[in-house]
Design a protein around this ligand. Structure first.
Ligand code: CA
Length: 685
């Protein structure tokens, strides 16, 4: 079990430090709860109360992201948000009757109870040992500071706010609870009495009184009758739940819903739950509970009744118990390696732990290994039988022979050709296909027939995600890191950073990558088909870590989502123009989203083009517009200007003198890419 440290504030100013000391602070000044830095991430949490004891302002600053609750309104970086809210660095969501913020960069959560008038309860939980140099009223390691010193250092005076003495007030609620809850309070009786009297100062808000009593009494196992009696004393009402939900002092923090009908028992807290056996219909407005059989489904913002069907490019789906039950996917899903972000054949997504060399996939007579430089693939090696292909930025080679954009390389087992300036296709005789993006970044898309299983980073290709983290020694791991490290070659250290290298990168990345998630943006039409969040996170990370060419990194991130959408039949349109991502092309080549290799080179005029026999979806990249052909050297030429291919080279249009045998030379004519019969035989030299 990880070490948990909890610091809490409730009532009109009760503080409970990490070392569980409790005291009362009566102030309308901001109070620093905790402030520390860990792993390069700064964390600062403060609260400020009204004269009536309600917290009117809570400020949570983690990794420079400001989350503020003020006058009942929750904002993140100045924008009002709705729950659940998922940000690169944090999540904010309903947790029982509370709201919880969980950081993704620190093992930290902050939970609070919010009323429209203010916050009555807040606790900070740190799931790790306390760190050095912690300040704040929550205390730190071996905190030996006196209460007076803690107050002095952590109550921030601004000249307007007032700090008073926490004078005990004789209050009937305190004495009545004391005598009625003596047994439950046990050892806490003394501290209860002491704090209760300080908590109940004049003008204290009713909810603040209730928050105080609830905190002390919620661990008591009282019967309904006993609870009613205590409620009579405090005149606190039972928490009111919305719709037909029912309040439970202790129950599942997340109610079962149509999207997630299983009752999760991991977290228990004060909560609102549907009546027994029902689930919350979270697919419609309001809080209505239904039988799971009556749950509707949602697709592209449309609600489907139970039993209703819909069809997509790859499958037919039926709405059953709030879930889409789909026929087998007829589209072959590739293993995708885009920078450090991997999607296995069976659809599991994870990120690689470091700049290493890995076995991406291995079959009977072939192995694909990838070597990284920083966050991008430097080289891909494909070993098939005795042949080694090396793919890198704008380059493909078979052993030491370079395969240029106009070439077609064919051996017994492997055919390699360029689909456009951005994509190289590798087709094997045994059904394995690989598409490699070679510009502006090396990325890999690997396709295997259904019945072929593999090992490596790409998983097992058996339609079961559970065994995708199988290590090189055959053990199935739970997490990505040990699994991925087992497939490394040579020295390797896990060095995956999770925070931006600087603030400028961070702002740029957030701004540009949010074009993906923008619900009225160019990518919105695909959101229902391909979940966008993992692409957004990947876009942020690849841009955050870049030391140069930030815009290009963003374009790669956006392009990866557009590619995933295209594979589901959703064509985004001219997104590159809208996002300043249109690449410039060499020579007189033109950029297009639908380039095809088939019959697009001058070479293809000399002989039947084998690429026309290989089924390819069109790809984006630079290539030649219709009516022109890719010529050597790199240029789009009309047919008449095409060079001719002959065994041993290419030649421009016109007569070609080939040295024949020792005494003879042959002149043939290249015309419209066709080598004509010898027109002239030269006489003996
Ligand atoms: Ca699998």
């Amino acid at each position: 079990m990880e070490e948990q440290n909890v610091c809490k504030t409730f009532g009109s100013g009760v503080m409970q430090t990490f070392n569980t000391t409790m005291f009362h602070v009566k102030t309308t000044c901001p109070v620093t709860m905790t402030h520390f830095s860990h792993a390069g991430v700064d964390c600062f949490i403060s609260v400020q109360r009204d004269p009536n004891g309600l917290m009117k302002r809570v400020e949570i600053l983690v990794n420079k992201v400001a989350t503020i609750i003020q006058n009942g309104i929750l904002t993140v970086e100045g924008n009002s948000i709705s729950l659940p809210y998922d940000h690169t660095y944090q999540k904010v969501y309903a947790f029982g009757i509370y709201t919880r913020l969980t950081s993704k960069v620190l093992p930290l959560s902050v939970t609070w109870y919010s009323l429209s008038e203010g916050v009555t309860l807040l606790w900070v939980q740190l799931d790790r040992p306390l760190v050095d140099g912690m300040t704040g009223i929550c205390g730190g390691i071996n905190s030996s500071e006196t209460q007076a010193k803690l107050l002095d250092r952590n109550v921030i005076h601004d000249g307007i706010c007032v700090t008073g003495d926490s004078q005990p007030v004789d209050d009937k609620i305190c004495s009545d609870i004391k005598s009625n809850a003596r047994e439950c309070l046990g050892k806490r009786l003394f501290i209860f009495e002491q704090l209760c009297k300080k908590n109940m100062y004049i003008n204290v808000h009713k909810s603040v009184k209730c928050s105080f009593c609830e905190e002390f009494l919620h661990s008591c196992n009282y019967t309904y009758a006993q609870l009613s009696k205590l409620r009579n004393i405090t005149s606190c009402e039972e928490h009111h739940c919305p719709g037909d939900l029912q309040y439970k002092d202790k129950g599942a923090a997340f109610p079962p819903t149509c999207s997630n009908p299983w009752l999760q028992t991991e977290f228990h807290t004060a909560t609102c739950l549907p009546p027994n056996g029902l689930v919350l219909n979270n697919r419609v407005e309001g809080y209505h509970s239904v039988k799971v059989e009556d749950c509707p489904c949602v697709h592209r913002g449309r609600i489907y009744a139970p039993g209703e069907q819909r069809s997509t490019k790859c499958q037919t789906c039926e709405c059953i118990k709030g879930k889409w039950i789909c026929s087998a996917n007829t589209c072959v899903t590739p293993c995708i390696i885009e920078g450090w972000f991997v999607t296995t054949f069976d659809g599991k997504q994870y990120s690689l732990p470091g700049t290493c060399s890995y076995v991406a996939a291995r079959g009977l007579n072939w192995t694909i290994t990838i070597r990284f430089s920083a966050m991008t693939i430097e080289e891909i090696y494909l070993d098939v039988y005795q042949e080694r292909y090396i793919l890198s930025l704008k380059s493909v080679q078979l052993r030491e022979n370079i395969i240029t954009t106009t070439d077609l390389s064919q051996t017994e087992y492997v055919t390699v050709y360029w689909q456009s300036s951005m994509f190289v296709k590798v087709q094997t005789s045994f059904g394995m296909k690989m598409q490699v993006q070679v510009s502006p970044e090396v990325q890999m898309y690997l396709y295997l027939p259904q019945n072929v299983t593999t090992t490596g980073l790409c998983g097992s290709n058996n339609n079961n995600t559970e065994d995708d983290f199988t290590t090189s020694s055959g053990i199935v791991e739970n997490s990505a890191q040990p699994f991925a490290l087992s497939w490394t070659l040579g020295d390797c250290t896990a060095n995956h950073p999770y925070v931006c290298i600087n603030t400028d990168n961070e702002i740029f990345a957030e701004d540009k990558c949010s074009q993906l998630t923008n619900t009225s943006g160019v990518f919105a039409q695909c959101h229902e088909y391909v979940p966008v969040n993992s692409y957004f996170d990947a876009c942020i990370q690849r841009t955050c870590q870049a030391t140069s060419g930030l815009q290009e990194r963003v374009c790669v991130g956006l392009g990866n989502y557009a590619k995933a959408c295209a594979s589901q039949g959703i064509i985004i349109g001219d997104w590159r123009a809208e996002t300043a991502c249109t690449p410039s092309c060499e020579s007189n080549l033109k950029f297009d989203y639908t380039m095809r290799a088939c019959n697009h080179t001058c070479r293809s005029l000399s002989a039947p083009d084998p690429t026309c026999d290989m089924p390819d979806d069109p790809v984006e990249g630079c290539g030649c517009p219709p009516g022109t052909h890719l010529n050597t050297p790199l240029r789009c030429s009309p047919r008449a200007l095409c060079h001719c291919n002959y065994p041993g080279g290419t030649t421009p249009p016109g007569p070609l003198v080939i040295d024949g045998r020792q005494w003879y030379a042959v002149v043939i004519l290249c015309c419209s890419n066709t080598l004509l019969v010898p027109v002239k035989e030269l006489s003996r030299k």
